[in-house]
Every structure is written in C-alpha cells, then in structure tokens.
Design a protein around this ligand. Sequence first.
Ligand code: SF4
Length: 386
Amino acid sequence: MLLKTKGKPLNITEPLVLKVTRDQNSAMPNQALICDNYFIENKGRFDLVLTNLALGTVSFANPFIHSVQSLDHLAEGDIIVANTDGVINTLYRVNSHQNFLLATERCNSNCLMCSQPPRDREDIYYLHNLHQKLIPLIPKDCLELGITGGEPTLLGNLFYELLAKIQSELPNTDVHCLTNGRSFAWKNLADRLGAMKYNQLMLGIPLYSDDYKTHDFIVQAKDAFNQTVQGLYNLAANNVRLEIRVVLQKQSIPRLKKLAQYIYKNLPFVEHITFMGLEHQGYTPFNIDKLWVDPVDYMEELGEAVTFLSDKDMNVSIYNSQLCLLPEELWQYTRKSISDWKNVYLDECKTCGVVDECGGLFASGQKKHSEFIKAITNHFFEGSIK
Ligand code: SF4
C-alpha cells in the first residue's frame, strides 16, 4: 500500500498538514486540492494544490506540487503532510482503523527482532509539530489510534503533551501506545500518566521472558527487565491500562510457559496478553539464526502458555499467526492483527476455506514464512475469531 509519493514543489516553505479533497467547490479550511485540470478558478482558496500534471512553467503564488508520481492512493479526507522537498506522506487514512502516530525513531532499547530499527537522529520536534497540526484534523469519530516508535517516552514532556492533545481533541478514541515501559521505572513519570486519568489509553509493553538475562539479551539493554517490571508496577498503581506483548522467537519460546506463570503470579493486573508471530523486517533478517523457529515447531509451548493464562481467566490472544499452522483449539485466540497496509495472503491462500477468518501474513512474510502453510479445504468454520 502506497503511503508516500513525491512531486515538484513550488512555494512550500514549511511542512503543510492538510486534508485532501477532490471537490474544487469545497470551502473547508486546511485542505489540499487534488486536481487533474490546473486551470480551475477556485484553486487559490486551498492551502495546497496537488496535481499529476507537469506544470513547471505556470505562475501561482500559493503552495503547489505538480508532477506528483501518484495520487490515486489518497481518499477524500485523508490527511497528508507535504514537505518542502515535494515528498507527500500520508499521515491518516479515513478508511482505515489502523492509523498510528510515529512519536520518534529513537529508542533506548535495541531489540534483536526490531521491525523498525532505531535511528539516532533528531526527529522529535519535527514529528511533534506535525502531530500538533494533525490531531485536530482527525475525524472526531475516529475509533482507534496507535502511538508507536522508537520509544515514545523519549519525548519527555512532549509525550505527555501529545497524549493531552489526543485526549482533548479525540476524547472517544481508543489510544494504544507501544512502549518498552522502562521509563516508568521512574515513579514520577508513571504518576504523571496516572494523573491524566486517561481511560481510553492502553500501553502495550513487551516482556519476553521471566528470566531477566534472557529479556535483557533480547532487548540488548542491561537492566531492561528490572526497569520494565518496575514500570509495570508503577503504572498499575496508577490504574493505567496495560497489555503485555510477547514476540515468539527462538530466545523466548523455551520459557513461554514459565513466562505465562510469571505473568499470572506477578502481573495479574494486566488487561491483555498477546503472543505475537515474528515479522521478517528490520533487524530480523540479519539476526535470523538467533530468532527463527518455524511456527509449527513451537505450537506445544505456545498452546501451553495460552491455555494456562486462559484457564486463569486472563485475556489472552495470538497475533500474526496463520490458521493452517495452529492447532484448531487455538484458533479462538487468534486475531486479525496485521496492519492493513502490510497484510498479504499467499497464492496458496486463494483456495483456502478459512481465508476470511485467517489474519494472513506480513508482506515481509513473502520472503520468509513457515514451510507448512497449506490451504485448508472442506472446513466448516464455527469459530469466534475476531
Ligand atoms: S492457507 Fe493462507 S489463508 Fe489459509 S490458513 Fe494458511 S495462511 Fe491462512
């Protein structure tokens, strides 16, 4: 799915965050007009004009990007940022429930299987300014919004400003923030989040093992386990809603049942635990020997962990898994978790009887996936997969 395009900019002196429209009679503020006929009368009322046409010689005082490679991927009401170099990034898609804000690409961990490896560059102020303009433009009936990174808490004060902006502009939107939770080992940061009384917010925090050495090795950061667990306690004391995320890979699988027992015994306050299939992206291809286990080879460990937690009435899910690899008794725990913009199905899936219930694969899974993916035929589906 295309989320970025480029054209030739004129008169753009700062990043412009705008809603796109193809209606040249629209009189709404903060809009970018997409047109295939530049010679229309109303274009001057828009904050930006975008066109595929090559119009380098026309004179126009307002911001304008011509010769844009593609605009077909933009729906009416999508929100973009048009940068001074002519790059146009999609920030919000009106027809998707899987929109997210990238807080920063910086991170204080360096996980072996990070799908978006950290970049040590100053992006916090640029992205923060973008989000301050973006959030008021997001439709008020937006159901869900993600916050991701990098590590969002590295924004410091701006992290709380970002949350406060979403809380005031989109009070009915469920917000799911991915964080490694380490910053909340500092009680004042957890207390500050708790003071917001932000019940629409849930933090998704990874815990890869009950053994601190294993967790610290996976995230490549000393004391990460202790900080994350302390953070979870500090957040729970502040009634912040919490989810535990466990990535299924060679380092975490041998102690999966023990981790489930640890969570039940020590972290019973978490609202949701999810076991997640590996994404073949970012660092994973480079660390594949340390990470890869064919999913069919860890079903016993996964089944034990999931059923243990479920039997204890904990809310448990399996993300990023394919039904043909899972024993049928685990299907009830699977969710269609892969973001729509990177979700694919293989040729094999075309003849599969449960394709509508299966969550499919990451696009990167086309390069590396289980050898046992096989269409399920003659299956009468009765499950409760969401
Ligand atoms: S064949 Fe494809 S659609 Fe069917 S269960 Fe496997 S991955 Fe899912």
